[in-house]
Design a protein around this ligand. Sequence first.
Ligand code: SF4
Ligand code: SF4
Length: 177
Amino acid sequence: MIDLDSCDQSLFPTVHRSSRTDFAACLQCKSCGNGCPFVSAMDFTPNQIIRLVQLGMAPQALESATIWICVGCNTCTINCPMAIDIPAVMDALRHLALERGVAIAEPDILEFHREVLHSVERYGRTHKLEIMMRYKLKTLDLFSDLGVGLRMLKKRKLDLTPSKIDDIHHLDPVFKG
Ligand code: SF4
Ligand code: SF4
């Protein structure tokens, strides 16, 4: 049931402006969700998220787990007959959720995003081992992926020490504004 009185009229234009995506063109054909590798873990399918934004249903869209579970792989956009940039919409919703201080449905994933950004800020690229270790310490989930981590180390898929790009100060405008 949609309560039109409680619809947030600013949601559509805000997400439209921030994502630079014309999601008004969505046909609700569901091709995006059908191809999404993470749809089974989501509470709303990608097309449902688009519809929530179109209808101004801000709490449902901003508090959804979907916007944090989306990994931005672009599979949905490739499948979309209207070429809608769904990852950009998810990104805009994540920003808005943080801006409005809504309860984050997947706080551990937010923590993971923070650690990835922290690594890029420090080295100009990601140092996966450090990201995982910091993430594990922060979430106090120390041992769940130990086996995978050890196998990756054995196959030399994880660098023990980080490598830094030259001229890291070029990233200052990104992180320091
Ligand atoms: S594939 Fe594109 S047009 Fe179809 S429902 Fe998803 S976003 Fe809408
Ligand atoms: S970008 Fe997000 S919504 Fe689209 S297919 Fe990948 S995980 Fe699913």
